[in-house]
Write a protein that binds this ligand. Structure first.
Ligand SMILES: *Cc1c(COP(=O)(O)O)cnc(C)c1O
Length: 365
């Protein structure tokens, strides 16, 4: 049996007729840049995130970059984030000229350890980017408290967590800005790159909106230097169709995860931790495995998709050499990068496939 890590056909193929209809409409009006579908999707995403504003941009990476620009983060400023995340989080900080300041993670959740944030704050600190990794939100109350105390912006990296909940609050609705990605492998993926910035603050939302069209307030009159980063009308049209199915897909991922949680019984393997009061949307179902290399070899031999998110903690990346971090600076993150392993959890995974995977995991020693 071959099982991919993610089979997009399961979610996209049943929607072909609906997607054909919106593409037909697009072909008629041909408003390819910021056409009506973009505004419609922005409204729907803002509403879905229990927020007021949303601005469609070209990717989740650009959502982070534009959010930092909108908050006025510039050269020399420091931004606190986790070293255990996709590269884009720290990449965006560097791109605005600021300095990523890493804080180690909680070993159970893989998310930033809020207890260690305060001691990393300096006079140059301007913002915190908590990353809601794998579909599980960060413990936001203490993060917001420390941000308020030191007057810092909070930009939620919700690229993997649209629809995730923390104490009844949606991802993106708590911080000053929230960043979403529509990369095809996210829970809500488009047919290419896409992203969105979500906001409750009008001033910041307006800034992001202006910055995504080169900082033009009126066409060809530029108040600031932005970039060209818009969500294509084409992608917005497709996302408009897919959004109606997102809750169902989340529920299926959660069912798959619950089934794994109840069935995987192997002292070598730790299943994901779910704290009380959270809704995990399992963009990834990530195990901790002792002797991971051996298990990866078995899974590969059996044709079961798997991936290591992420194999090298960001503080040890060659491009951040100048930040002068060393091995041992963030031991929890480093250990996670040696033990984590994600396995298929996508909606559409059959019971036979799940049982097949569980059998292999339970027989691993
Ligand atoms: C995917 C992802 C991003 C970047 O999104 P893109 O749309 O691929 O640019 C940023 N942060 C995290 C945590 C991600 O998983």
């Amino acid at each position: 049996m071959r099982i991919p890590l993610l089979d997009l056909h399961c979610q996209n193929d049943p929607l072909k007729e609906r997607i054909d209809i919106v593409l037909e409409k697009l072909f008629e009006h041909q408003k390819f840049i910021l056409g009506p579908e973009v505004g419609e999707l922005e409204k729907k995403i803002a509403e879905y995130c229990n927020s007021v504003y949303a601005i469609g941009v070209a990717s989740g990476s650009d959502a982070l970059f534009l959010s930092l620009l909108a908050c006025g983060i510039r050269a020399g400023d420091e931004v606190i984030t986790t070293p255990f995340t996709f590269f884009a989080t720290a990449g965006a900080i560097e791109r605005v000229g600021a300095i990523p300041v890493f804080v180690d993670i909680d070993p159970r959740t893989f998310n930033i350890n809020h207890d260690e944030i305060e001691r990393s704050i300096s006079e140059s600190t301007k913002a915190i980017i908590p990353v809601h990794l794998f579909g599980l939100m960060c413990d936001m109350d203490p993060i917001m408290m420390v941000a308020q105390k030191y007057n810092l912006f909070v930009i939620e990296d919700a690229a993997q967590s649209i629809g995730s909940l923390y104490k009844g609050k949606k991802a993106c609705s708590i911080g000053d800005l929230g960043c979403v990605s529509f990369f095809p492998s996210k829970n809500l993926g488009c047919f290419g790159d896409g992203g969105m910035v979500v906001a409750n603050n009008k001033e910041l939302a307006d800034k992001v909106r202006i910055l995504r069209t080169h900082g033009a307030v009126d066409r060809y009159f530029h108040k600031e230097v932005g970039i060209n980063s818009r969500l294509d009308t084409l992608q917005a049209a497709i996302l408009g169709v897919k959004l109606d199915f997102l809750e169902k897909w989340h529920e299926t991922r959660i069912e798959n995860a619950n089934y794994y949680n109840a069935s995987i019984k192997n002292p070598m393997i730790t299943t994901p931790f779910l704290p009380e009061g959270y809704r995990h949307i399992y963009n990834q179902y990530t195990l901790r495995v002792k002797n991971r290399e051996k298990l990866v070899n078995i899974l590969n031999k059996e044709g079961i998709g798997n991936c290591i998110y992420y194999p090298l903690s960001l503080h040890l990346q060659p491009c951040f050499h100048e930040l002068e971090y060393q091995e041992g600076d963030f031991p929890i993150s480093e250990q996670a990068s040696k033990e984590c392993l994600s396995i298929p959890v996508f909606p559409g995974l059959t019971i036979e496939q799940k049982n097949y995977i569980i059998d292999i995991l339970n027989n691993f020693s």
